[in-house]
Design a binder for this molecule. Structure first.
Ligand SMILES: [Zn+2]
Length: 164
């Protein structure tokens, strides 16, 4: 690791400890050239996933966007936050395990629908009714925020999600 202060190529690790989330490691380093100290954070870098959108454009997979769509579909439903996290983690693992570097947004939507189907019927209907028309994961959150589908309208809040 090159020193960010002087560019010296030899830095020593003084201390390594896992962060509280257990998903990353913090290393304190000291430069052998200028003796400045700095910290690096190491985390697992899973394969970069690329999403092919309906119009053919390619964009980096955005976990937050997927999370937002799932969260909106499950809004006010009796599903715990922890479970939502698990669902999204499971979806990401599925995508990574597919072995494909590029994945159609349509496919991501289908996997998300399958996952929601197993958790909550209302969330599934919300997601699926939007999905069938739009086939575009990136637009889900915007559309789900606005829509008032028949049969589930009374369960939708009348104001926007603060997370949007
Ligand atoms: Zn240095």
């Amino acid at each position: 690791m090159r020193c960010p202060f002087c560019g010296h190529e030899d830095t020593q690790v003084k201390d390594s400890r896992p962060n509280d989330d257990g998903a990353s490691i913090r290393r304190r380093r000291v430069c052998a050239g200028c003796a400045q100290r700095f910290t690096t954070i190491e985390r697992v870098q899973l394969r970069e996933l690329v999403v092919i959108k309906a119009d053919g454009r390619r964009v980096p997979f955005d976990r937050d966007k997927l999370m937002r769509s799932i969260r909106i579909a499950l809004r006010k439903r009796p599903v715990q936050e922890e479970r939502i996290e698990r669902v999204v983690n499971g979806l990401v693992r599925q995508l990574e395990a597919s072995g494909e570097p590029e994945i159609a947004s349509k496919r991501i939507g289908e996997l998300a629908m399958d996952a929601l189907h197993d958790i909550d019927g209302v969330a599934y209907v919300r997601f699926a009714s939007v999905y069938r028309d739009f086939h575009e994961i990136g637009e889900f959150s915007d559309i789900l925020t606005d829509m008032q589908p028949e049969g589930v309208s009374e369960r939708l809040p009348d104001r926007a999600d603060p997370l949007d």
